[in-house]
Design a protein around this ligand. Sequence first.
Ligand code: FAD
Length: 509
Amino acid sequence: MYDYVIVGGGSAGCVLARRLTEDESVDVLVLESGEPQEEREHVRDPNGVWELLGSDIDWAFVTEPQEELHGRQIKQPRGKALGGSSVINGMAYVRGHPYDYDNWADQGNDGWSYDDMLPYFKRSEEFVADGDEEYHGTDGPMSVDRRGQTTEYTELFVEAANEAGLERNMDFNGEQQEGVGYYHSTVKDGERHSAAAAFIMPVLDRPNLTVETSAHATRLTMEGDEVTGVVYEQDGEEHTVEAEPDGEVILSAGAIQSPQLLMLSGIGPAEHLEEYGIGVEVDLPGVGRNLQDHLRWSVDYRSSEPLEPQHEADDGSRYDTALVGAFERSDPDLPAPDIQYGIAPGLGPGETEPGYTVTVLPLRPTSSGRITLQSTDPYEAPKVDPQYMTTEKDVEDVVTCVREAREIGEASALDDYREEELRPGPDVQSAEEIAEFVRETTVTGYHPVGTCKMGTDEMAVVDDRLRVYGVSGLRVVDSSIMPDVTSGNTNAPTIAIAEKGADIAKEAR
Ligand SMILES: Cc1cc2nc3c(=O)[nH]c(=O)nc-3n(C[C@H](O)[C@H](O)[C@H](O)COP(=O)(O)OP(=O)(O)OC[C@H]3O[C@@H](n4cnc5c(N)ncnc54)[C@H](O)[C@@H]3O)c2cc1C
């Protein structure tokens, strides 16, 4: 028996494990399907990301055919490791915009405004880059630093964005998010600093912390409406662990698998559970709904000569993952940026021609999809259906994004290098043609969230103390609780959610 049983040792789970075991009187168990991967070369090397996708530490989910993307099925990677997706992610440290959190609070979620969240962002952080101390912490467990050097070409990209109307901003996580500058990253001394490396590895010797890896949770156990524990499998054997009567189970299996495990345990939309012969413990229609994700694609340019990428991949292609970033409001009346850019030399992995790319993510999708079961087998992936580009607004937004990205890509600062626009290419000009290009080329921005959303309406799954409606003894603490996706990448927001979730759980004792 443990005071806390945490299911999933990913970005959120690692933070929870560290914070909850600060109290020596409580015992914490973490169940994680994957294993520690901190020693792996491509994990440590910040440029190793592309080698990890599709590897044995990627769950490698694939979406349902997306109707508005001509039936294409989109790869949806997730990390299967202690540290979860933070072990395979792009390491960009982006909190989003104050508007994101104020918007969550405005939906009836007390304690989740930006002012409430800022202390949690700071608490995690060992900030070693340049920035305003008011916004950054310096003695937290997770290192946040600049990655890569300022070079002639990175400065050319900044100049190009300046021409397109974006001011230089050296700290997207400071006073203002908007502008062009250099991403902060979760790296320490030039190596990836995953949630595992930052939060859990340094405290593994705490006597009140038990971490079971290669341990796959298959369902929650219940007595009446109380969640009492977790059934999991390890080395082919089934185990049941219980939470103390005044303890709790915390679900942190991420935006795809937290709703899956709830549904396998009888907590979810009744009709859907009955379809699979699962006994309904709680009819919670919102479980798996409200799946929001960012799209991502790029506008590519061939250049006359290589823009000195700092990284050469195993296959000989030379590129850098986006070190220069930008956030922009396509309309000055918007409350927060609605476009994110990554501007990088090289045309990406596998491409040997010289060039540069402007990658875009529309930040405020209005399409939302769902996670549903396709089997009662806990090892079988659930159906992931993001319903990409199914609203007119999202189609308009992708067109705007390409037009705005072209302003950067075509800026005179890059005249000496640019030969031609390769993709979508100069012939693609009308809104229809541009939307068509995106339908054919877009992939995920890797930010699925929202499938156990926090709120007060009938589609909410957790309340603002992250307790699952209709049961006791169970919280969800991970990226699935976001009511709306944030304006940027989702790792830093998830880590802040877990910092706050740990405080909430401590206060509840
Ligand atoms: C390729 C990629 C690139 C990305 N790039 C960035 C970036 O640059 N910056 C950024 O901010 N964000 C990025 N993200 C997103 C970010 O990493 C995630 O939003 C964040 O890690 C989600 O945290 P989480 O705790 O919700 O889930 P995860 O970190 O995915 O953790 C869930 C954990 O639960 C485990 N688990 C699942 N089911 C079970 C089960 N049944 N039993 C036991 N364990 C289970 C999983 O193995 C995993 O370890 C990226 C993501 C990917 C995949």
